[in-house]
Design a protein. Structure first.
Length: 332
């Protein structure tokens, strides 16, 4: 009997050779060695699945000059942030990409290294995906799979009038990081650029039993707070002076406050917390996540609509409403 030889990379058609070379090292058991058209996955016993998908497009969501390892890491982390906002833990992910001719194999190998480092940090593996070619920009789409104890997923709906509006971490660093990379503002120690390239998904933030509703801040604090208010048929007021800013963001001066509040790329968790559940500490507290402590800050409150439609308003330290040229990022 002739022993069947395992095909080498040189024996495989270009697409399959590319997949094995760049992505086989990311695959877990569910991926079946990336040799089948679908993954085979057994959900954890006694848990519900949570799934989300996000896409990133060259020159829209990342700069061509961005290091490919940071692009891979950011793609995964942005999706992990969606899991964090529901109180879910990560289980696996799928990747779909449309590759243009100018993106080399070396670029993808560096991209894969970034993904590998982050999937090891957050405890999940690649399950599968798809590749295709394009004459346009590089397009990357990631589907994240997580799980949660049944009944404990925190959704956007559930907030009530009287709940406080709280946010994790600091706001504005990602949007300012893009401005720094484009040369519009100084970034002497690279803090802002790092926050743009490497967001910190708040996996493990204990939302169940704390927040009545939550979502992550990806499209701008003002816009996403408006989404949360409208989903619950409420109004929400943000006190701009209470929004937590990093030292690097404060150093840019008041001229960049609008960018901080509307620019997006924060990937912090925005949540409604009922008064009886609010942590003690004058609107500030520290809570533990999977990767360490993170501050939570009370920045506003939800109220019932009295005039007009549900939505968001921002006021300054004196209570005067503030106006902005835009509310946040639009995908269309």
């Amino acid at each position: 009997m002739t022993r069947q030889r395992t095909p080498s990379l040189t024996d495989l058609p270009g697409e399959f050779s590319f997949i094995r070379r760049c992505f086989a090292g990311l695959a877990g058991p569910a991926a079946l060695d990336l040799r089948d058209d679908a993954a085979l996955y057994t959900p954890p016993s006694g848990r519900e699945l949570v799934m989300a998908a996000d896409a990133m497009v060259e020159n829209v969501h990342f700069l061509p000059s961005d290091p490919p390892d940071t692009i891979g890491g950011k793609l995964l982390r942005c999706n992990l942030s969606d899991l964090a906002a529901m109180g879910a833990r990560p289980e696996g992910w799928l990747l779909t990409l449309a590759r243009p001719p100018h993106i080399t194999d070396d670029w993808f190998e560096a991209f894969s290294h970034g993904l590998k480092a982050d999937q090891e940090q957050f405890g999940l593996t690649l399950m599968g995906g798809d590749t295709t070619s394009t004459t346009g920009p590089l397009v990357l789409s990631l589907t994240i799979i997580g799980s949660v104890i049944p009944g404990q997923a925190v959704q956007r709906r559930g907030a009530q009038a009287g709940d406080g509006l709280w946010v994790s971490g600091t706001i504005g660093d990602g949007a300012l990081g893009l401005q720094a990379l484009q040369g519009a503002i100084p970034d002497p120690d690279g803090w802002l650029a790092r926050r743009y390239h490497t967001p910190q998904p708040r996996i493990g933030l204990p939302l169940y039993g704390l927040a009545s509703a939550a979502m992550d801040v990806s499209d701008g604090l003002v816009q996403d707070a408006g989404h949360l208010a409208r989903e619950n048929n409420l109004c929400v007021t943000i006190r701009a002076a209470d929004v937590p800013l990093s030292d690097a963001a404060r150093a840019t001066g008041p001229a960049w406050l609008e960018t901080c509040l509307t620019g997006g790329d924060d990937y912090e968790i925005l949540m409604a917390i009922p008064a009886e559940r609010e942590p003690a500490g004058q609107g500030h507290t520290i809570m533990q996540t999977l990767h360490g402590p993170v501050p939570l800050t009370r920045i506003g409150e939800f109220t019932a609509p009295t005039h007009g439609q549900p939505g968001v308003r921002v006021v300054d330290a004196s209570g005067t409403p503030m106006a902005f040229s835009r509310g946040g990022w639009s995908h269309l």
